[in-house]
Structures are given as structure tokens and as C-alpha cells.
Write a protein that binds this ligand. Structure first.
Ligand SMILES: NC(=O)c1ccc[n+]([C@@H]2O[C@H](COP(=O)([O-])OP(=O)(O)OC[C@H]3O[C@@H](n4cnc5c(N)ncnc54)[C@H](O)[C@@H]3O)[C@@H](O)[C@H]2O)c1
Ligand SMILES: N[C@H](CO)Cc1c[nH]c[nH+]1
Ligand SMILES: [Zn+2]
Length: 431
């Protein structure tokens, strides 16, 4: 794992290199994805069956076999051990309660002459949610996508999830049942995104695709954007920890592991002003790593993209955090709210020593689908607002036709658009 200091003369270049790793698009992946998209668009279910056999090792005779009956979801829910069932229900309840506060409703106001202006807020008709399943199973991602969609009032939720070698995860299916997902297809990768975007004989075309995934999923979502809506292009997980040097170093090491274990290209970074504490975290990492079941992935991720960075002070740490714009930011410091006020760019901010990022992944309530790869500079967490859209409402009373018509007419003549001007003028008489 790299050890850096803001004192190093080439620190800025080193940090830029560390952050740049994933943002560059991979032309080879783009080419592979483009071919898969075209094939699914052209051959539909037949292509979906071929890719599912090739990439997930699942061979079935017909696309109908890729869909899971709702009874299968219910049985998975009923099979859960009581502890798992309660945990899933507790997480679902907290996620629902948080997202209900995000619901916006239609609004309008009336001007003195009777003109009414407003916005009609409506849910999307049909959405596709992508639940990753290549290197790990993500029941929590089912809840994080489906519950906001439900709260928004989406008409139909179609879920896709790969089942490598045909292994179905009961918690994933149970979460789909609990969250009220309408249909589930066991397909993944770019072919699943293509099926949702173009529709096939079996998979219905959706209006928007949400949810995280690997580089193939991200490239496919980027490519179909425009034909369908997408939430964001969420990349590999990231965590940035700012620590004042007074938290248990084992806690910090494990928080860095928690995102590193997602993917060999996930990113975990620590910023700390105390070099002795950084030594302690490095020692904790060395001692704890061999105990981790996903040691190989963690080791690769920390080696590829991890860093322990010594900063001058916590103010400088906040400046760097805004430059890094991480998916997750932990403020493991005294008086975390004071430092939070200095953060402008982060997908989610975890305040205080007891707030491990992992609580946010599962059950704190806020969404865990967050902007990655520095996109927190302009993007927000997945939310109910991603499943709603707005239409403007304009009612012009007869008495107001002249007031607005004269303004429009003048501007329309200025643009040389006579029909626009006449359409306004015909509705009033200028005596
Ligand atoms: N931001 C979030 O909220 C969040 C949540 C969970 C996971 N994640 C991230 O999502 C990612 C999940 O990735 P994953 O791989 O585990 O699952 P995935 O479901 O995204 O990808 C698996 C699919 O990738 C396709 N694929 C694999 N190799 C391919 C190849 N060589 N050519 C074409 N297609 C290929 C296959 O179709 C396979 O079904 C990780 O990076 C993880 O960090 C993010
Ligand atoms: N940390 C992931 C988002 O980057 C979400 C997740 C799901 N399960 C565990 N973690
Ligand atoms: Zn996680």
C-alpha cells in the first residue's frame, strides 16, 4: 500500500495518478460492450441466452427459464433463518423511512389575473434495477434500488441479477420479495442492460435503468443512456477516511478493508496528520489482513489503488477530500460536525468514530448507491427523485393573454419567429 505525504514535491502528480486510475474509459471494454448491445438488440433472447451461458456458466433451453416466479422469491424469504429475516426487515424499514422523506409532490400557484403555474410530479412507469452478482451477492443493493422506486410509486420494477454457475442467493431473492419487485431475470452484465434498454421477447423494455455494477455494466449503461434514463455510472467502491489519530487503528484498518474487499480496483485512502498513527494503521493492516476471507481481493485493491497519506492538519485533509470527492467519507475525528461543514464533495459523509461506513452500506437508511470516481462534484446519491419526473403546468387565463402575449410577441419578432408571435397575438386585441 502506498505511503504518501503532502510534503512530497510530486505529491499532486502522485495523487492525480492514484485518482485517475478508473476514470479513463477502457476502449477494449467499450468495444466488447458495443458488440454485446448490438447483438442483444438484433437477436434478443437468443443473444441473452448465449451470453448468459458464456459469462455466467448458466445454460438453459429458453429465456422463460431465466425469469424467477414470484413464488420462488416468496419461498426464499420464508426459508431465511429468523435472524436474517429480521435483519432484512429492519434494514428495509429504515431505508423506507429515510426515503419517504425525499418524496416530492406536485405544486402550483395562482397569479392575481388567474394564471396558474406549477409542476406535476409523476413516478416512472417501468424501471429496471441492476443488482450486481459477479464477485459477491448484494441483497442490500436490491433494497437500496427497489425501495426508493416503490416510495416514488413506480408502476413496475424489473430486476436483473446474474447467478454465476446458477447459484441463486436466497437473501437476494428474499430482498426482492420484501421490497415488492415485480419481475426478476437471472441475467447480468452488458447483456442484461441491453435487454432492459431495448426489450426482448421475454424482458420488457424499461424507461430507466438504475443500480451499480462492474466496468461492463457501467459501459453498457453509459451507451444506452438517451434511449433510456440512467441514475449514474457508478464505478468500483471507494472510501476516504480522515482520522485525527485518536481512533482505534484496528477500526480504521477494517474500514479501509471494508471497501477494498468489494473489488481489486476499489479504492481505500486514509488521510491523517499523525505519522505515528499511520504506522499503527499499517501494522493493523499487516496483522488483520491474513484473517480476512477475501484477503486476495483486499490485498490487490490496497496495492493497486490504496494509500496512507500524511497531511499537515485536518484543514488540509478537508481540502484534499474535496479534491478526491469520494463515494464515502469517514470523519473519524473529535467534533465531526465542525469538519463536516468544510466538506462540499462526497457521496455520503459518516460522522464520528462510531459511524463505520459499513452501517451505511446496509441499514443506516440513506442510499448506498452513490457517485464514485470524483462524480460527487456534481452527482447525488440514488434517491426517490431518480424515480420521479416533473412536467411543467401552465394555464393562462383569458384575462392574462394580453399581458403575457405582448411579451412573447416582442421576443418572438426579435427571434424572427413570426408564427410564434402570431400565435400569441391572435389571443388578444391590442387596441
Ligand atoms: N456503488 C454501489 O452501490 C455498489 C454496490 C455494490 C457493488 N458495487 C460494485 O459493483 C461491482 C460489482 O461487480 P461484479 O463483477 O461483482 O458483478 P456484476 O454483476 O456487476 O458483473 C458480473 C457480470 O459481468 C459480466 N462480465 C464479467 N466478465 C466479463 C467479460 N470478460 N466480458 C463481458 N462481460 C463480462 C458478466 O456478464 C457477469 O454476469 C463492484 O465493482 C462493486 O464494488 C457498487
Ligand atoms: N459499499 C457498496 C457501495 O459502494 C455497497 C455495499 C453493498 N454491500 C456492501 N456494500
Ligand atoms: Zn460496501
Amino acid at each position: 500500500m502506498q505511503r504518501l505525504s503532502t510534503q512530497q514535491p510530486d505529491f499532486d502528480q502522485r495523487l492525480a495518478a492514484l485518482l485517475d486510475f478508473e476514470t479513463a474509459q477502457n476502449p477494449e471494454i467499450d468495444r466488447t460492450v458495443a458488440a454485446i448491445l448490438t447483438d442483444v438488440k438484433t437477436r434478443g433472447d437468443a443473444a441473452l441466452l448465449d451470453y448468459t451461458a458464456r459469462f455466467d456458466g448458466v445454460t438453459v433451453a429458453s429465456a422463460a427459464e431465466l425469469e424467477l416466479d414470484r413464488a420462488v422469491l416468496q419461498q426464499a424469504f420464508e426459508r431465511l433463518a429468523p435472524e436474517q429475516r429480521q435483519a432484512l426487515e429492519a434494514a428495509a424499514q429504515r431505508i423506507r423511512s429515510y426515503h419517504e422523506r425525499q418524496l416530492t409532490t406536485s405544486w402550483q400557484y395562482t397569479e392575481p389575473d388567474g394564471t396558474v403555474l406549477g409542476q406535476a410530479v409523476t413516478p416512472l412507469d417501468r424501471v429496471g434495477i441492476y443488482v450486481p452478482g459477479g464477485k459477491a451477492a448484494y441483497p442490500s443493493s436490491v433494497l437500496m434500488n427497489a425501495i426508493p422506486a416503490k416510495v416514488a410509486g413506480v408502476g413496475e420494477i424489473i430486476m436483473v441479477v446474474p447467478t454465476p454457475r446458477g447459484e441463486r442467493n436466497d437473501l437476494v431473492l428474499a430482498a426482492a420479495w420484501l421490497a415488492g419487485v415485480d419481475r426478476v431475470f437471472t441475467v447480468g452484465g452488458a447483456q442484461a442492460v441491453a435487454a432492459l434498454a431495448y426489450g426482448t421477447a421475454s424482458v420488457p423494455q424499461v424507461d430507466k435503468i438504475t443500480g451499480p455494477g462492474n466496468a461492463y455494466v457501467a459501459a453498457a449503461k453509459r451507451a444506452v443512456f438517451g434511449l433510456v434514463g440512467i441514475d449514474m455510472v457508478a464505478g468500483p467502491s471507494e472510501i476516504l477516511v480522515i482520522c485525527d489519530g485518536h481512533t482505534d487503528p484496528d477500526w480504521i484498518a477494517m474500514d479501509l478493508f471494508s471497501q477494498a474487499e468489494h473489488d481489486e480496483i476499489a479504492q481505500s485512502i486514509l488521510l491523517c496528520p499523525d505519522p505515528r498513527f499511520i504506522d499503527q494503521v499499517a501494522a493493523s493492516i499487516a496483522r488483520l489482513l491474513p484473517q480476512m476471507p477475501r484477503r486476495a481481493i483486499i490485498e490487490a485493491s490496497l496495492g493497486n489503488r490504496g494509500a496512507l497519506i500524511e497531511v499537515a492538519d485536518l484543514d488540509q485533509a478537508c481540502v484534499l477530500a474535496n479534491r478526491i470527492a469520494p463515494e464515502h467519507l469517514e470523519l473519524s475525528v473529535e467534533s465531526p460536525w465542525t469538519w463536516q461543514a468544510k466538506i462540499r464533495h462526497a457521496g455520503a459523509i459518516f460522522l464520528g468514530r462510531f459511524t463505520s461506513e459499513s452501517l451505511g452500506d446496509y441499514c443506516a437508511g440513506p442510499n448506498h448507491v452513490l457517485p464514485t470516481s470524483r462524480t460527487a462534484r456534481f452527482a447525488s446519491p440514488l434517491g426517490v427523485y431518480d424515480f420521479q419526473k416533473r412536467s411543467s403546468l401552465i394555464y393562462v387565463a383569458e384575462a392574462a393573454a394580453a399581458r403575457l402575449g405582448r411579451v412573447a410577441s416582442t421576443l418572438a419578432h426579435g427571434e424572427g419567429l413570426t408564427a410564434h408571435a402570431r400565435a400569441a397575438e391572435l389571443r388578444y386585441r391590442d387596441d
